[in-house]
Design a protein around this ligand. Sequence first.
Ligand SMILES: Nc1ncnc2c1ncn2[C@@H]1O[C@H](COP(=O)(O)OP(=O)(O)O)[C@@H](O)[C@H]1O
Ligand SMILES: [Mg+2]
Length: 319
Amino acid sequence: MVLRNMNDKEEMLKSIDELKKDLSLKNNEIARYLDKIDALEQEIARLQKLVPDEPSKIKFKKEKPEDVFDPDGASAIIIKDLVKQFDDVTAVNRLNLEIKKGELFGLLGPNGAGKTTTINMLVGLLNPTEGTAVVGGYDVKRDLNKIKEMIGVCPQEASVYKFLKGRENVELFGNLFEMDKKLLKERADKFFEASGLKEASNRKAKGYSGGMIRQLNLIIALINDPKIVFLDEPTVGMDPRARRKTWNFIGDLKQNDKTIILTTHYIEEAEALCDRVGIIDYGELIALGSPKELMKKHDATNLEEVFMKITGRRILEGV
Ligand SMILES: Nc1ncnc2c1ncn2[C@@H]1O[C@H](COP(=O)(O)OP(=O)(O)O)[C@@H](O)[C@H]1O
Ligand SMILES: [Mg+2]
């Protein structure tokens, strides 16, 4: 190396010093990791000693009574201290809520309140950060497969096959559930008629409007006659007439003894139809009760006014 002048030499000596310091830091780090590896190896050896020699000696954990929570009780859904954290956003913040069997329950709140995140944790699309929920007697953290057998889900993001006809979409899902062909056809006919999608059912979903796709999604969610139904914004994108028809259709499901939990920011429709509503804002439950109870308690003429009184703003702000 040719040094051009003294300055360069000093600079280089400084650099060497810095590199030496850096090297010693890295060496320390490596030493710490080696210690950790040692500790882990010891832990592995300890655990290996605990594994029984014969597989027959391994005892499978039996379901304790608390593993199957309230299966024949009055609650369809029990939410316990549920939290979902996305980096710095607490989307659901210690939610506690019980939804009774056969209830039509509306989860209301402005955009970004945490409605979809809550539903997604209840149906197994998201893992809770903390807390848990019991759906149909089973814990979402342990028995998702059992839960999935008894629920129907209409997600916020539409999920239909656009190159298939409406009816073919419903048949596809019915066949996945291994439904009897006759029953599948009967139920599909009934739902297409009731939802107002009958005429369009023989057309490809590619040409459907956003509202029609939601109606198709709703039928798919119900085709297997699930006990508990989750509908995330079922009427979004529908014109007022289709919306009314769909709300009637959802209301009629109650006669079949289903538990329905739906989210919406159409607060006046929920007010007309839901047995009880929970209003959430910033991931927290801020009001719970029948629409009438809430209006009485907050001395309001409608639910929108209740929301205004509690939060100081309109539920539809920013939508
Ligand atoms: N996958 C995600 N990653 C990061 N933040 C998210 C994610 N999903 C939702 N959020 C945030 O969590 C909050 C609640 O969202 P969401 O549950 O979709 O509300 P709602 O359905 O009530 O409109 C919002 O602030 C949203 O931006
Ligand atoms: Mg949502």
